[in-house]
Design a protein around this ligand. Structure first.
Ligand code: 5AD
Ligand code: SF4
Length: 411
């Protein structure tokens, strides 16, 4: 295509990129910020993977399956790189952070690997890889001020570049995790908790609302730990996250606020009251349960009992009767007996979740739980997974039936 001044548009563009995202909503948000940074640096998004000159993979390492999926896809690009050696292939996200140089060693067709703390350097690393034909691993934490690095990742595509005016948007408010649940790789790959400046978050949300966004979802590995850097639980009556919700709710034009994922240990009365008294905060809370057995919860280092979890749900429902819940559960954690699983099932069916993500335990190297024998056979994990999914379905049928309008009954 030629511009009015006769210049060829293609020659002005540095290249076409395509990002494939694995894993959680934080990764989706990061991919959006990377796309914005690359667009600002003169690259453009390709319409499809096959048209791209730069292939980027935002990876996940929470479970082995997620890693295997990405490794299979990236490994399969050897042929493409042989055919088109000018193509650049780059990896970022949690798996890139976990496996670092190993990825470059094992996959000679990969050009660069960028760690979770170095995402803001991606355009620079990409330019270096292109110009110097170098293979680069930028995985050590940045020398830059960590607050600046945190804010550097808040870029967004303009509606013109995105080709749409979204009604809903993700807003990252904190990153990292200090909880060290025994099964979880996140604290090792995402580092310690860092919260963004509240004014920047409010400004970002206000700008989104001014651009037509009506719903925001606040993101963080442990969103309710916002502003509590370093502490494993808030003091009674204290919740900087509650304050943030209340401030965000004052933004004109914004209609709904959601958040994922809060750890139950941070759900104190202050936060429950804020949710109850702020109608813009959605009446659906994703509250990861993980297990309903106190023995397993302890081995998971979750920091709450099944009764404490239930008490949070009860309090929320007492104050907001229409409140619904979704959750994460891990089945087949080392040592999970049938009776432990039945305890999970009991609490699962007591709460009647609207939605639930049921995961089969997957040992992650370097975590505390990985030192325990992965004692539950795959078939048992699968069976427990299936049982909880069936329970979920039954609860949904019951709920849906209760909503069926009976024409014969008076309104
Ligand atoms: N095995 C299985 N599931 C896991 N999760 C985190 N780590 C593991 C693991 N090692 C699940 C948890 C968490 C969700 C994001 O992923 O349920 O809440
Ligand atoms: Fe992982 Fe636990 Fe932190 Fe969630 S709270 S990210 S499960 S360590």
């Amino acid at each position: 295509m030629r511009l009015a001044n006769g210049q060829d548009l293609e020659s002005l563009m540095k290249g076409l990129f395509h990002i494939r995202t694995y894993g959680c909503q934080m990764n989706e948000r990061d991919s959006e910020a990377v796309a914005a940074a690359l667009t600002a640096a003169g690259y453009a998004a390709a319409d499809s993977e096959s048209e791209a000159d730069i292939l980027l993979f935002n990876t996940c390492s929470v479970r082995e399956r997620a890693e295997r999926k990405a490794l299979g896809k990236i490994g399969g690009l050897v042929k493409l790189k042989r055919k088109r050696p000018e193509i650049l292939i780059g990896l970022f996200g949690c798996m890139a952070q976990r496996l670092k140089n190993e990825l470059l060693d094992k996959m000679p067709h990969v050009d660069f690997v960028i760690g979770t703390d170095r995402l803001a350097d991606l355009p620079m690393v990409l330019a270096d890889a292109a110009e110097k034909h170098a293979r680069i691993a930028a995985v050590e934490p940045s020398d830059a001020d960590s607050a600046a690095a945190l804010e550097a990742m808040d870029g967004r595509l303009s509606p013109e570049d995105a080709g749409e005016r979204p009604l809903s948007a993700y807003v990252a408010i904190m990153r990292g995790c200090n909880r060290f649940c025994s099964y979880c790789i996140v604290p090792y790959v995402r580092g310690r908790e860092k919260s963004r400046n509240p004014e920047r978050i409010i400004n970002e949300a206000a700008e989104l609302a001014a651009n037509g966004v009506r719903e925001i979802t606040l993101l963080g590995q442990n969103v309710a730990a916002y502003g509590l850097e370093g502490r494993l639980a808030p003091n009674p009556g204290e919740s900087p996250f509650a304050l943030l919700l209340e401030r965000l709710a004052k933004i004109d034009g914004l209609k709904r606020i959601r958040f994922i994922s809060p750890h139950p240990a941070f759900f104190n009365d202050r936060l429950i009251d804020a949710i109850a008294s702020t109608p813009k905060v959605c009446g659906n809370v994703h509250l990861p349960l993980q297990s309903g057995s106190d023995k397993i919860l302890k081995a998971m280092n979750r920091g709450y009992t099944a009764a404490e979890y239930l008490a949070i749900a009860d309090k929320l429902r007492e104050k907001v009767p229409e409140m619904t819940f979704s959750t994460d559960v891990i089945v087949g954690f080392p040592g999970e007996r049938e009776s432990d699983f039945q305890e999970t099932r009991t609490i699962f069916n007591t709460i009647e979740f609207d939605n639930a993500y049921i995961f089969k335990y997957s040992p992650r190297g370097g975590t505390k739980a990985a030192k325990l024998a992965d004692s539950i056979p795959t078939e048992v994990k699968e069976e427990r997974n299936h049982i909880l999914l069936e329970d979920l379905k039954q609860a949904a049928v019951k709920r849906n039936e209760s909503l069926v309008w009976d024409r014969k009954s008076p309104c």
